[in-house]
Write a protein that binds this ligand. Structure first.
Ligand code: ZN
Length: 318
């Protein structure tokens, strides 16, 4: 069975307010869940996505306020890419410049155009044009005109000192197909029009390991089509001699984690039940929600978190 691609991507922020302002106000991604890290209830876990944060649009951040600054190296996700429509390149270039970000030169990659830039904490993001636009549910409150809205993830680029083992996991276990090679970049993708179909493995021998911290990607999650599919992946990974966790209840999905021999932490997550399990679609993200097992500790948890403002602090015109 094949995965349908990326489910979510989780990174680290040490400044939750700047993070909210950037992902909501600059990129137009809706804050769909304000919760805490279930393994570390003293920190925020913020989720952004399309209207309901469907798989393939969900970018999430752990709010680790005392993190050092991260630096990309091998064994890590080097860039997170979003899809934009082909006619949106100049809109996004202009918008990023106008808001004080410095988009780099547009690159051509596998026949598509790529705008690389750096988010406020140092994470590399890319906007990639695609003629095969994924289906997402637009957020009506977005500051971005609907025709130019991000269409969820395009994919990720991983920096690896050898690409063979990760290639085997992508093709033999997750059902990815090779999409060719350009220089040191090996492309893998899944068919269909879900967002988040591409994983690029970039071969970076003799490159230093990264420093994990703010701006680093903690893990990338792939979609399991069902609970059975998730267990099937877990078994196949274990057969390759890689340790995989039991199924862990994450309230919005169920997860299995394993670290690839290349160093990148992978998660396999179910589509169900999704972010509307504990809030209505229209109210997503607006209050701190806790899973039932942490609700008795709400007062202490809330007292420990920095205050955040979820509405837009300034009106952006473009
Ligand atoms: Zn995750």
């Amino acid at each position: 069975m094949k995965t349908a691609g990326l489910h979510h991507i989780t990174a680290v922020t040490r400044d939750p307010q700047t993070n909210i302002d950037f992902y909501q106000q600059v990129l137009g991604q809706r804050l769909v869940k304000t919760t805490i890290n279930f393994d570390d209830p003293g920190t925020y876990h913020l989720y952004y996505g399309d209207y309901t944060g469907i798989p393939g649009t969900a970018m999430t951040f752990f709010g680790w306020l005392r993190s050092v600054q991260g630096k990309v190296g091998i064994g890590e996700t080097q860039a997170v890419a979003y899809t934009i429509p082909q006619n949106s390149l100049s809109f996004w270039n202009a918008r990023l410049k106008q808001l004080g970000f410095s988009p780099m030169h547009v690159e051509s990659r596998f026949g598509q155009e790529v705008i690389p830039f750096i988010d406020p904490e140092g994470m590399r993001l890319e906007l990639i044009t695609d003629e095969n636009l994924p289906h997402i549910e637009p957020w009506q409150g977005s500051p971005i005109p609907q025709e130019h809205e991000l269409r969820g993830f395009y994919g990720v680029s991983l920096w690896l000192d050898e690409v063979e083992t990760t290639t085997r996991i992508l093709t033999d276990v997750l059902g990815y197909e090779s999409g060719g090679q350009e220089g040191d970049r090996y492309r893998f993708s899944v068919p269909g029009n879900a967002p988040g179909r591409v994983v690029d493995l970039v071969h970076k021998p003799n490159t230093a390991a990264g420093i994990f911290g703010a701006s680093s990607v903690h893990h990338i999650a792939f979609r399991a089509s069902s609970d059975e599919h998730q267990l099937e992946i877990q078994q196949q990974v274990r057969k390759m001699g890689i340790q995989a966790t039991q199924v862990i209840e994450r309230h919005y999905f169920r997860s299995v984690y394993f670290r690839t021999p290349g160093g990148v932490l992978f998660e396999i997550a179910t589509d169900q039940p999704g972010f509307t399990v504990d809030e209505s679609a229209e109210n997503l993200g607006q209050t701190l929600v806790l899973p039932p097992w942490l609700e008795p500790r709400r007062e202490a948890i809330e007292a420990n978190l920095p205050a955040i403002r979820r509405s837009f602090p300034i009106e952006v015109t473009s």
